[in-house]
Design a protein around this ligand. Structure first.
Ligand code: ATP
Length: 359
């Protein structure tokens, strides 16, 4: 059993509270991704679990055993770093077997484990090379292989793909997902890349300012963000945010663009809302479509052609930011022409002044 439990974990560096009261339960065999913007505390949280940083307060358990005072080497974890951290003077095989050799595992057993890991990662033909004779992607595989040979209870990944180019990153992402399927070991993976988080995770934990904003399965977070931060962080292209004013009537509430502006959407919300209250509406680019009549009038500023889809950026009177609309790749329009934009009311998110989702 290699569950990981964090109970009210706080980690301070002097006056900086990098991690502020984080509680989480990670189940055995789960792949959990910590994601968030630079400085949100995700690496610090991972290093606390690894034992590379002490805990200021709170309790850490791995497999139900208290770990606060257990040395990093005795926690049953293996960590893969962004920098690979390979020993330059050792061959790939020596790098991968080093930790086992140090704890007195027999040469035959070390060889067996190194070959098994190399086989999983398809680097068997590289075992005699030195790290400098490898590409970035191959080095990263060796770093992962070194973690695998140790048969840890928990794998920790700290932005392992950040130094790779986009193609290789996409390929290694699939490899890591496959590795998790094959090894069925608990994995905690840190990244700032929301695509990596969405595609890899059984469960995503979104961190901001050292705290958990929301946690849950990727699609749940995407479809039901708890607040504006989560809504804006997940999803590519980014969600549109529109300032709007509530005009409650009977039943659903009209949300207008400005006091006398057009009604953008009419829908019920949870929580009290009064006429004139300001809210923010969140609308994903694929929840907007072109309509023949009705909707909002917009002026075409730019069409970005991505191949499979096109992004229309339109200026709507009364809106501060351009509205981004995701359309089929065949879409064409002249800048300056007028379009009518229909919004799928059931896909509009409503955030109150504090950023909390109310509808
Ligand atoms: P990034 O994606 O940029 O690596 P992160 O989310 O992993 O960011 P952390 O590296 O965990 O963020 O840092 C969280 C906060 O703690 C930051 O404000 C950082 O400056 C601070 N911090 C991290 N390590 C130390 C340290 N050793 N001493 C002092 N402050 C630190």
């Amino acid at each position: 059993m290699a569950s990981v439990d964090l109970r009210n974990i706080v980690k301070s560096f002097g006056k900086v509270e990098a991690v502020r009261d984080v509680s989480l339960s990670i189940a055995d065999k789960e792949l959990v991704v910590f994601v968030g913007p630079s400085g949100c505390g995700k690496s610090t949280l991972l290093r606390v679990i690894a034992g590379l940083e002490g805990i200021t307060s709170g309790e850490l358990l791995i497999g139900g055993r208290p770990m606060n005072r257990v040395a990093a080497a005795d926690r049953g974890i293996a960590m893969v770093f962004q920098s690979y951290a390979l020993y330059p003077h050792m061959s790939v095989a020596e790098n991968m077997g080093f930790a086992l050799k140090m704890i007195g595992v027999s040469k035959a057993e070390v060889d067996r484990k190194v070959h098994a890991a190399a086989n999983i990662l398809q680097i068997s033909e590289l075992l005699e090379r030195k790290p400098r004779q490898l590409s970035g992607g191959q080095r990263q595989r060796v770093a992962i292989g070194r973690a695998i040979t140790r048969s840890p209870d928990v794998f920790l990944f700290d932005e392992p793909l950040s130094n790779l180019d986009a193609d290789l990153r996409a390929q290694m992402r699939v490899e890591i997902a496959r590795l998790h399927d094959e090894l069925r070991t608990t994995m905690i993976y840190v990244t700032h890349d929301q695509v990596e988080a969405m595609t890899l995770a059984d469960r995503i934990v979104i961190l901001n300012n050292g705290q958990v904003e929301q946690e849950g399965p990727p699609l749940e977070l995407y479809e039901k963000p708890a607040n504006r931060f989560v809504a804006g962080f997940l999803g590519q292209p980014k969600m549109n945010f529109l300032l709007a004013i509530a005009a409650p009537g009977n039943g659903p509430i009209d949300f207008r663009l400005g006091a006398d502006g057009p009604v953008i959407v009419s829908r019920p919300v949870s929580g009290a809302i009064a006429p004139g209250d300001r809210v923010e509406l969140g609308i994903r680019p694929d929840a907007i479509s072109l309509v023949d009549s009705g909707g909002l009038a917009g002026g075409v500023v730019l069409v970005e052609r991505l191949g499979g889809s096109s992004l229309l950026h339109a200026r709507v009177p009364g809106l501060r930011d351009l509205l981004t609309v995701e359309l089929p790749g065949t879409y064409q329009a002249e800048p300056g022409s007028t379009v009518r934009l229909g919004i799928a009311a059931d896909r509009v998110h409503v955030f109150d002044a504090s950023g909390r989702t109310i509808g």
